[in-house]
Design a binder for this molecule. Structure first.
Ligand SMILES: *Cc1c(COP(=O)(O)O)cnc(C)c1O
Length: 364
């Protein structure tokens, strides 16, 4: 059996360090925010090349609280990719704003920046690009359009830990960058966790306030916040895993290159990496009209695959109210029918990858 992703192996590689870190928190008697969370925030901000980081309960809250901190709400519009995980849209609708979808570039699967301006209206407040599958979106045109139209840029970097755009790590290009440390992400906790990074001190301060009941001083509530604090046990685990992140990303790069080489000439559309992008291969996604047959073949061979994502947000029952016809966003609709995510992760060995390639080439 070749699992899609082996999270247990990630734990076992760092077991003594993780267990020592968890024990340190348990012994400290400090179980909400405090020194462990602050230490992770400082280390994560430094890693991302950002001035500030605020630890949160999950990635969805990172997006939601970023929108709230920018005073985006009812009556406002936010430009989002049509091809993304639904969390990107849910954050926008949960603050009462409207997600305005823009189709992807067919070769990178990320938002097509040439289509953004046509989606801007007097109600538009922000652009919310996603660095999908671990590959940065084309940020320069996005930042330039935002500057010209007075819009904010909120990045969904839930899949892009350590990715670089034109040499600079994702983390502080836009106004605020949103992170998820869901266990399956490239930097994953042992439960839910998230964060924002930003160079804007007042935004960081507002998000830190919102995550803690709108309160800096106990029982004094400056605004109606929520409880979305990063758990110190998860912060301690993340500090350990951060020390392994670059090496684990390097292993993913080696695997992605082996897929690129092994799957050449199969007729499948392989990931396209523009020369300014250094992706971190959160997912290795191929595109093929034969998706169902190939996935069945892999399943039969004991090889785990997933589909990211089988139903685009505009075709979900959750967004029936927006009344967007499936064919109104044909790229997102068609990609959902053709994409297939192959096993990739720091604990997939190259022999297993060769078996995946052989099975796909029909020689198994
Ligand atoms: C995982 C993910 C999120 C949400 O993160 P959670 O921590 O699960 O709330 C948001 N956007 C994208 C693109 C994601 O992959």
């Amino acid at each position: 059996m070749i699992p899609f992703l082996d999270l247990g192996a990630a734990y076992r590689e760092l077991k003594p360090e993780i267990e020592a870190a968890v024990a340190r928190v348990l012994e400290s008697g400090w179980y909400i925010l405090g020194p462990e969370v602050e230490a992770f925030e400082a280390e994560w901000a430094a890693y991302c090349g950002a001035r500030h980081s605020v630890g949160l309960a999950n990635g969805l809250d990172a997006l939601t609280l970023s929108l709230r901190a920018l005073d985006i709400g009812p009556g406002d519009e936010v430009i989002v990719p049509s091809n993304t995980y639904i969390a990107t849209w849910l954050a926008v609708s949960s603050v009462g704003a409207t997600p305005i979808p823009v189709e992807p570039d067919p070769t990178t699967h990320n938002i097509d920046t040439t289509l953004i301006e046509a989606a801007i209206t007097p109600r538009t407040r922000a652009i919310l690009p996603v660095h999908l599958y671990g590959q940065p979106a084309d940020l320069d045109p996005i930042l330039e359009i935002a500057r010209r139209h007075g819009l904010r840029v909120i990045e969904d970097a839930a899949q892009a830990h350590g990715a670089r755009y034109k040499g600079q790590r994702i983390g502080a290009h836009g106004d605020v960058v949103c992170w998820s440390f869901y266990p399956g992400k490239n930097l994953g906790a042992l439960g839910d966790a998230g964060a924002i990074t930003t160079n804007d001190a007042s935004l960081a301060e507002r998000i830190a306030l919102l995550r803690n009941y709108g309160s800096k001083q106990k029982y004094v509530n400056e605004e109606a916040g929520v409880n979305s604090r990063l758990d110190p046990i998860q912060a301690a685990v993340l500090r350990v895993k951060l020390t392994a992140l670059d090496e684990w990303t390097e292993r993913r790069r080696v695997l992605a290159a082996a897929y690129d080489e092994g799957l050449k000439g199969t007729g499948m559309i392989l990931p396209n990496v523009p020369d300014w992008a250094e992706p971190v291969w959160h997912l290795y996604v191929v595109r093929t009209a034969e998706r169902e047959a190939l996935q069945a073949k892999l399943t039969e061979a004991g090889i785990g695959t997933l589909i990211h994502y089988p139903i685009p947000p505009h075709m979900q029952a959750a967004y029936a109210g927006l009344e967007i016809a499936p064919g109104a966003l044909p790229m997102a609709r068609d990609m959902a029918g053709e994409v297939l995510s192959l096993p990739i992760g720091p604990h997939l060995d190259i022999e297993a990858l060769r078996r995946v390639v052989e099975t796909l080439r029909g020689h198994a």
